[in-house]
Design a protein around this ligand. Structure first.
Ligand code: PLP
Length: 356
């Protein structure tokens, strides 16, 4: 049976990425060697690294003065690396979910943290809008897409202080004005590559302002100076990520991707709003994530949750169980998710409504 992969992360990747990576695992472009067994210092791998950085720059329109890094450690290591490198006295954070909270916790190791607003009062079902960013903060940190709660900041906000964004789960889903940010980072395993590589887009001039000594591996400058080759980078995920970028470019780039994403999320939210058995967890349409669509059973229909899950599973739906802190369902519609799979889920919801 055809599986429809709605996993939240690691998650669906384009067949182009998987097929080309599988080929390169067996034989990298006729070299007679696997991508897994060549030196990261080889000409072949340097070319892969250079092309991946170049395509990141091209697709996201990254201006001069920014570096693109591919490191290990996941987005979670960035929660600590950012304050380590940027926080002298005080940083401001917007608390929009579990990932924000984890970032806040790490920042507290390094200085004062001003949480300017939080949506925890309503289990993170909205994006706070009324807040003031302190002008004396070293930076302001946001999580643009809240993977667990299905909320998203879908535009580039204005910040009076340097803006830092965790874009783990919405990078490449919409055009971004990079010049509004000093750091954009994320784990690869949602919209880019298999787990194992972390991308960091960083404005070079933001560094060198803190007084504390920084261990070599945790210092962004080390990795900028060495082009992400200070130590062995995650070669295979980087190669796979390059395939995803080629796929994205071929499809028409990020603007085209955004149109497709809006269509996919739009038809699913419409069905959730229409279907008498379900309701969305995020009421404000402006706050609804285009990447992670969260929904629960309508009031009075809660006892059908398990039955729907089993029904959907029998129809080939994978990974639609909501995160334990929200319950219900979550359909992750990352870039690689085909519209046909979203339609299959919608059909499934409609059939289930009919047979009740
Ligand atoms: C998945 C995710 C993370 C965690 O990424 P790791 O690479 O596992 O550390 C952080 N932030 C957001 C928004 C995520 O979706």
């Amino acid at each position: 049976m055809k599986k429809h992969n709605f996993n939240a992360g690691p998650s669906i990747l384009p067949p182009f990425t998987i097929e080309n990576t599988a080929k390169a695992v067996l034989d990298l472009e006729g070299s007679g060697l696997s991508i897994m067994e060549i030196s990261h210092r080889s000409k072949d791998f340097q070319a892969i690294m250079d092309e991946t950085v170049a395509m990141f720059r091209e697709l996201l329109n990254i201006p001069e003065g920014y570096s693109v890094l591919f490191l290990g450690g996941g987005a979670s290591l960035q929660f600590a690396m950012i304050p380590y490198n940027l926080l002298s006295k005080k940083a401001a954070y917007l608390n929009t979910g579990s990932w924000s909270k984890k970032a806040i916790k790490e920042a507290k190791w390094f200085g004062e943290v001003d949480v300017v607003a939080s949506s925890e009062d309503k289990n993170f079902a909205y994006i706070p809008k009324d807040y003031t960013i302190p002008e004396d903060a070293d930076y302001f940190h946001i999580t643009t897409n809240n993977t667990i709660y299905g909320t998203e900041i879908k535009h580039d906000i204005d910040s009076p202080v340097p803006l830092v964004a965790d874009m783990s789960s919405d990078i490449f889903s919409r055009p971004v004005d990079i010049s509004k940010y000093v750091i954009i980072y994320g784990g690869a395993q949602k919209n880019f590559a298999p787990a194992g590589v972390t991308f960091i887009i960083i404005k070079d001039e933001i560094l060198g302002k803190v007084d504390r000594p920084i261990p070599t591996m945790l210092n962004y400058q080390t990795h900028i100076d060495k082009g992400s080759m200070f130590n062995t980078p995650p070669c295979l995920p980087i190669f796979a990520g390059l395939q995803t970028l080629k796929w994205l470019k071929d499809l028409g780039g990020i603007e085209e991707m955004q149109k497709i994403n809006h269509h996919k999320a739009g038809i699913l939210y419409d069905e959730i709003d229409r279907n008498s058995l379900f309701r969305p967890t995020v009421a404000d349409k402006n706050d609804r994530s285009v990447m992670n669509v969260c929904f629960i059973m309508e009031e009075g229909k809660e006892d059908l949750e398990k039955t729907f899950f089993e029904y959907a599973t029998s129809k080939g739906m994978v990974g639609i169980k909501g995160h334990r802190s929200v319950g219900g369902f979550r359909a992750s519609l990352y870039n690689a998710m085909p519209t046909e799979s979203v339609q299959a889920l919608i059909d499934c919801m409609q059939e289930f409504e009919r047979i009740q």
